[in-house]
Design a protein around this ligand. Structure first.
Ligand code: R5P
Length: 301
């Protein structure tokens, strides 16, 4: 197996190579002054199983183009198979048409992944249960929920005073799975109504019994508004300690500042998206998915 990493997932790729005990293959990436990118694999891939790790968080379009170029370079140069490891799948919230006249953006990205030669895909905590079905090739979907479950157990948050919270109705399945891993922990859900044009979140309702300690679980944090909205409503219903578990640290706009200033005590995310130093904050803790990825790669060989 030859393992390459794109520029968005360098650290994760290095960690995967270290744990797997393999050499990371060399790839040269050049960005021209006009924003065009050039990719050159600096190793022979003929008849090799190639794995490319490239997350598609911000800058999303640049990272997608880099992924397409990496896939094309591997295919064009004779790789036997090409596995695209896409720890965070950008555009995944645009997986269907919300309003007439829109593009189905996620499908456009998936076409790019397919057309440039990916023979299989590995992803983490897709936004929707339907996402995996949109890919024409074999997809392995991994989840950070077991990592979150271990963290929750390690902190001793299995008592009766703790409840899992989904900040919107779309996260109920995710919440159910984590609850099961934690022996049936109680669940609360917040109703979120977002204006599709402004991104503003309207007043929410709540279902279930809020307890003293609330663990909000989501697939991603972008602006941080969903979390702040959920935390506000939980406080109004008697929560005293609020922690957040989210797989993908998209961190757009002022998310780090927003989260640091919020009522939540700690924000646990994973390294599906690398968090640069400029976006790190005191309440943040990054957990690694590298072990899960190594296991998945070795069982697919
Ligand atoms: C929405 O369906 C997602 O699961 C997240 O809750 C949402 O994308 C987070 O966005 P933001 O942080 O901007 O509120």
């Amino acid at each position: 197996m030859k393992l390459f990493t794109g520029s968005s997932s360098r650290q994760l790729g290095e960690e995967v190579a270290r744990i797997a005990g393999i050499q990371l293959s060399h790839v040269e990436h050049h960005m021209f002054p006009d924003g065009e990118q050039r990719i050159q694999l600096r190793e022979d891939v003929v008849d090799h199983d190639v794995v490319i790790v490239q997350s598609t968080g911000m800058p999303t379009d640049k990272n997608y183009i880099e992924l397409f170029l990496l896939l094309d370079a591997a295919t064009r140069n004779g790789a036997k198979s090409v596995t695209a490891v896409i720890p965070y799948l950008g555009y995944s919230r645009q997986d269907h048409i919300f309003r007439t006249g829109e593009a189905r953006s996620l499908e456009v990205m998936i076409h790019g992944i397919e057309m440039n030669g990916a023979t299989s895909v590995i992803g983490f905590d897709f936004h929707s249960i339907k996402t995996a079905e949109l890919f024409p090739m074999h997809v392995t979907q991994l989840s950070a929920l077991p990592i979150f479950a271990s963290e929750i157990k390690m902190h001793g948050w299995l008592d009766n005073g703790t409840v899992l919270v989904s900040p919107d109705m779309g996260g109920l399945r995710r919440l159910g799975l984590l609850s099961e891993m934690l022996g049936g922990m109680g669940q609360v859900s917040v109703e979120k109504d977002r204006d599709l044009t402004t991104g503003e979140i309207a007043e929410s309702g709540i279902h279930g019994k809020v307890k003293r300690r609330c663990l909000i679980v989501d697939d991603m944090i972008s602006s941080g508004r969903t979390i702040v909205q959920a935390a506000t409503i939980l406080l109004q219903h008697g929560a005293e300690e609020i922690y957040v578990f989210a797989t993908h640290a998209v961190f757009s706009e002022d998310a780090p500042k927003t989260l640091q200033a919020s009522a939540v005590r700690k924000v646990f995310v994973t390294d599906t998206i690398a968090v640069p130093e400029s976006k790190q904050f005191e309440k943040l803790e990054v957990l690694s998915i590298a072990d899960l990825l190594v296991n998945a790669l070795s069982s697919s060989r």
